[in-house]
Design a protein around this ligand. Structure first.
Ligand code: IMP
Ligand code: MG
Length: 178
């Protein structure tokens, strides 16, 4: 990698947050047969650890948001790929790696709401409140972070770093010397 990253959240700290999120989920969702929908690629590691921590009956499936640059004014068009079952009247929890502008989550929520789930919650590992561009209610947040670039634990920099078990932050930000 051509950039330097420094350790932000070691895996043990991530695991602690996951355990407390799982406890919260037990209160909210036990007995409701929830369906977790993990967003690939980034959420694969968070989803795996979260599912191991959750002790009540539940299902998981995986989707992907495909995006391409179009001619539209906002520039980005996204489609949902891979939703493989009926979610009507199901209690849904979206599992996401990071909420940055919030546009991906907003798009996904709009898609899923059309299928009339009983409830729709969001669990994200990291969240950058300062980057949020559209209102979103996040039910389970691992860590609130500054508006800096993160890598590791599913998050990539140019395709690399998803396999790191810890979360790192870009050491040099634009306009910053160190
Ligand atoms: P959004 O801006 O909230 O729609 O986020 C879109 C996607 O950008 C996220 O799901 C991540 O895959 C990616 N992303 C946003 N911030 C970061 C980051 O700091 N590191 C790596 N990927 C990121
Ligand atoms: Mg993502």
């Amino acid at each position: 990698m051509d950039k330097r990253f420094k350790l932000l959240f070691p895996h043990a700290e991530i695991q602690k947050r996951i355990d407390s999120i799982a406890a919260q989920m037990t209160k909210d969702l036990e007995g409701k047969n929830p369906l977790f929908i993990a967003v690939l690629n980034g959420a694969f590691m968070f989803a795996a650890d979260l599912m191991k921590a959750v002790q009540f009956p539940c299902e998981i499936t995986f989707v992907k948001m495909s995006s391409y640059r179009g001619m539209e004014s906002c520039g980005k068009v996204q489609n949902l790929i891979g939703l493989d079952r009926d979610i009507e009247d199901r209690h849904i929890v979206i599992i996401e790696d990071i909420v940055d502008s919030g546009l991906s989550m907003k798009t996904l929520i709009n898609y899923l709401q059309d299928f009339k789930p009983a409830s729709l919650r969001i669990a994200c590992c990291t969240y950058k409140p300062a980057a949020l561009k559209c209102p979103l209610s996040l039910d389970y947040v691992g860590f609130e972070v500054e508006n800096l670039f993160l890598v590791g634990y599913g998050l990539d920099y140019d395709g690399y770093g998803r396999n790191f078990e810890d979360i790192y932050v870009l050491a040099e930000q634009p306009g910053q010397e160190n």
